[in-house]
Write a protein that binds this ligand. Structure first.
Ligand code: 3PG
Ligand code: MG
Length: 363
């Protein structure tokens, strides 16, 4: 098997090094709201400086400008924060997605970018599921290496694919149809898979339980998944009433037609937190409720217990990472992946487009 080469083994002295980073961070009023992805890239930048790189040029995207210049999505706002967090000198390229050729994976764009440097380092694990010019194109034209954090992500997630006996997977979020292969795979590897978010609604429906007006996927859950008893769904939930602010908790079987599920309920949170506290290992991606609308209780109860009990865990996805980060966790125990979609796709497929591109990069 071809291996990816590590930045540790790259000869960068006197060279211009292009580093693809994922600085696609939440920003509010021009201020970066989470440093996780920035901090994750810094050890590679420090290593490059120590090894005598002549210049470090950072390549990144912000948001989804759709191939056009969007002033609110300029990299400068992130750049300012990065300069507060590191003394390593670097140049920041403008948002790659201002050029439509980035997402089209156009070789002419990859070649132009490659022309800016002599060596390429991918330190953007969170973008590794995107077959874009800066991710899979540049390695065709330059000797390419994986960044330190990129390597660690691959290692930690590879280990999560051989979990110890009795391990738990917790999966939340939406769009069941996109997560079928992953959930099937996790059911084969983990003792139990705890399902929250809108994903649970689909299984509630597939098991013939009432779901009121809860958000559902477009396609039904395959029968073999729905009937697997090791796929757990909440017994109680928080319900919101359509068109009103009324909220209540109750047993899922008692949901009314005009209500929808917005979070797992207190009894379920308590039971699942207890399971987490006894597990040898936990893999977790995705919130249990509509996190961005403030329905965070279920997710927070699980996050707090995960941190309190010191269970070894791999956690990913922006909301889940934010929930765990609210509590002071031991980084020796809990690994927070910078990836959301990239983490899920790696777990499902065992590889990613960025990894394959690095394996066959120019020498
Ligand atoms: C992410 O935040 O998931 C990555 O930065 C990729 O961004 P995208 O989902 O817009 O491709
Ligand atoms: Mg994304």
């Amino acid at each position: 098997m071809q291996e990816i080469r590590s930045v540790k083994d790259a000869d960068v002295a006197g060279k211009r090094v292009l580093v693809r980073v994922d600085f696609n961070v939440p920003i509010q009023d021009g201020k970066v709201q989470s440093d996780l992805r920035i901090l994750a890239a810094l050890q590679t930048l420090e290593l490059l400086q120590k090894k005598g790189a002549a210049k470090i040029i950072l390549l990144a995207h912000l948001g989804r400008p759709d191939g056009k210049v969007v002033d609110g999505l300029r990299m400068a706002q992130v750049e300012a924060r990065v300069r507060e967090l590191t003394k390593v000198p670097f140049e920041m390229h403008e948002n790659l997605r201002f050029d439509p050729r980035e997402e089209q994976n156009d070789d002419s764009f990859a070649k132009e970018l490659a022309g800016l440097g002599n060596i390429f380092v991918n330190e953007a694990f969170a973008d590794s599921h995107r077959a874009h010019a800066s991710i899979v194109g540049i390695p065709k034209f330059l000797p390419s290496f994986a960044g330190l954090r990129f390597e660690e992500e691959v290692l930690r997630l590879t280990l999560a694919l051989t979990p110890p006996h009795g391990a738990l997977a917790v999966i939340g979020g939406i769009k069941f149809e996109t997560k079928v292969p992953l959930i099937k795979k996790l059911l084969g590897l983990y003792a139990e898979v705890l399902l929250g978010g809108a994903l649970a609604n689909d299984v509630i429906k597939a098991r013939g339980l009432p779901f009121g007006g809860s958000l559902l996927s477009d396609t039904p859950v395959p029968e073999d998944i729905a009937s697997d008893e090791r796929l757990l769904i909440p017994d109680d939930a928080i319900f919101a009433e359509t068109g009103s602010n009324a909220e209540r908790s109750g047993r899922v079987v008692d949901i009314r037609a005009e209500e929808s599920i917005i979070d797992i309920g207190p009894a379920t949170s308590k039971r699942w937190a207890e399971k987490i506290s006894k597990a040898p290992f936990v893999l977790w991606n995705g919130p249990m409720g509509i996190y961005e609308q403030g329905y965070r209780d279920g997710t927070d109860v699980l996050a707090e217990e995960l941190v309190r009990s010191g269970i070894p865990a791999v956690v990913g996805g922006g909301d889940t990472a934010a929930a765990v980060s609210k509590f002071s966790f031991n980084p020796e125990k809990v690994f927070i992946s910078t990836g959301g979609g990239a983490m899920l796709q790696f777990l499902a497929d065992g590889t990613l487009p960025a990894i394959e591109a690095l394996k066959v990069s120019a020498k």
